[in-house]
Design a protein around this ligand. Structure first.
Ligand SMILES: NC(=O)c1ccc[n+]([C@@H]2O[C@H](COP(=O)([O-])OP(=O)(O)OC[C@H]3O[C@@H](n4cnc5c(N)ncnc54)[C@H](O)[C@@H]3O)[C@@H](O)[C@H]2O)c1
Length: 386
């Protein structure tokens, strides 16, 4: 694939229109298809606005030129000349399978078919295709034009050629690609679970309130956003559903157990910013709660969440989900963590990380706090990750 490759994007929602913007900016002809006329018109209007702003800021030379490369269409048959089609439609396995099967009747035999799914298995999407070795996961982060990370996810069926071609294409778009196994949550959405889950657990135990936990993670930990502020951004409905999906996909491993607090917030319609209320109240004029800036308490909160995040990263390495370099890159480039978790573990000292986890495991007696076997092994052998 090269600049002459026509890129198809299916679904003109937030992700699809972002991916179309990237490809057109990278000088590809793009075909952006959505079955919903309104969604298509909205995507076109929003791309016109974004590109005009980028031209003003001199980030691109001509908005008109970039836009002229995008064909907005309601017909999936317009993909016939594409070298790759990236699907970004609704997160539903039956619908995706049907769409992939239909796509195969339209595109050439050499066309790569990619899915931007966040939580579905690529193998299950690929199995709906006759040429399943051409199917791959290409997972962008939101907003796609701004977030540098893209996870490349070959399914068991995916050929080496498809994997290499897809990765080279996205690398050429100046993205940071990481290679990950086709397992639930891939790298980022797996390793990041404790950022939400452990924060919710700390709140449920009555150790601290939302504002204090957010303060500890941002001020003491250097994270760009606290867990509750972030969940309010993502939407508690969306974040809760992802947690439930990941929990089930991991055969109910207790480490990924969802939280009643988040479930109730979601049931109450307290989704976060989009509904005007989540963990915080966003109604105009509402005074936001003040955190308790007790450094000892703050450090206790940060350490507990951080140890759980590190344990998750170590376990992903233990199970060969990705390389240690890619695991650290994924968290810094996909979700803006201040440091890669494995490098952070080296810095803290692996023995200290292990001790902390063992203390929690002993205190709670819950499987959730079990240290990764790799962590034990590395401490025993006196090794570091980097
Ligand atoms: N939003 C995120 O933060 C995010 C991040 C990474 C990946 N994803 C994944 O990207 C995909 C899309 O997410 P989104 O947030 O852009 O969704 P969205 O709801 O904003 O957009 C989906 C679009 O797909 C269209 N659509 C639905 N069924 C279709 C079909 N059969 N054919 C053509 N168009 C169809 C809809 O009209 C809609 O415009 C999902 O698989 C999601 O899991 C989302």
């Amino acid at each position: 694939m090269n600049k002459d490759t026509i890129v198809g994007v299916l679904g003109a929602g937030s992700m699809g229109s972002g991916i179309a913007q990237i490809a057109a900016t990278q000088e590809h002809q793009v075909v952006l298809v959505d079955l919903n006329t309104e969604a298509l018109a909205k995507a076109q209007a929003s791309l016109e606005k974004i590109l005009a702003r980028l031209e003003e800021k001199e980030r691109i030379s001509s908005a008109e030129e970039v836009l002229s490369r995008i064909i907005f269409s309601e017909k999936i048959t317009d993909f016939s000349n594409c070298g790759i089609v990236i699907e970004a439609i609704i997160e539903n396995i039956e619908i995706k399978q049907k769409v992939f099967s239909n796509l195969e009747d339209i595109v050439s035999e050499s066309c790569v078919l990619a899915s931007n799914t966040s939580s579905l298995s690529i193998a299950s999407i690929a199995c709906s295709c006759k040429i399943s070795e051409r199917v791959i996961g290409i997972h962008f982060f939101n907003p796609a034009p701004l977030m540098p990370l893209v996870e490349i996810i070959p399914a068991v069926q995916t050929s080496e050629a498809t994997k290499n071609d897809a990765r080279a294409l996205i690398d050429g778009w100046k993205k940071v690609t990481v290679l990950t196994k086709d397992t639930p949550g891939f790298i980022v959405n797996r390793v990041a679970r404790p950022f939400y889950g452990e924060a919710l657990r700390i709140y449920e135990e009555g150790i601290a309130d939302f504002a204090t936990i957010d303060w500890a993670m941002t001020e003491l930990g250097g994270f760009r956003m606290g867990p509750f502020t972030l969940m309010d951004y993502i939407g508690n409905d969306v974040n809760y559903t992802v947690t439930e999906t990941v929990f089930a996909a991991f055969y109910y491993d207790q480490r990924y157990k969802p939280s009643f607090t988040q479930k109730r917030h979601s049931e109450a319609g307290w989704y976060g910013r989009k509904s005007g209320r989540g963990y915080y109240n966003y109604a105009e004029g509402t005074e936001q709660p003040n955190p308790n800036k007790d450094e000892v308490l703050g450090k206790q909160i940060l350490d507990r969440i951080l140890m759980m995040l590190i344990n998750e990263a170590v376990d992903a390495l233990f199970l060969n989900i990705a390389t240690k370099e890619d695991i650290d890159l994924a968290m810094t480039k996909g979700v803006n963590y201040p440091k890669g978790l494995l490098s952070w573990a080296d810095e803290i000292g692996l023995d200290k990380v292990l001790n902390h986890l063992e203390e929690m495991f002993n205190e709670y007696g819950e499987d959730r706090y079990r240290p990764s076997p790799l962590l034990r092994r590395m401490v025993r052998d006196g090794k570091k990750f980097f």
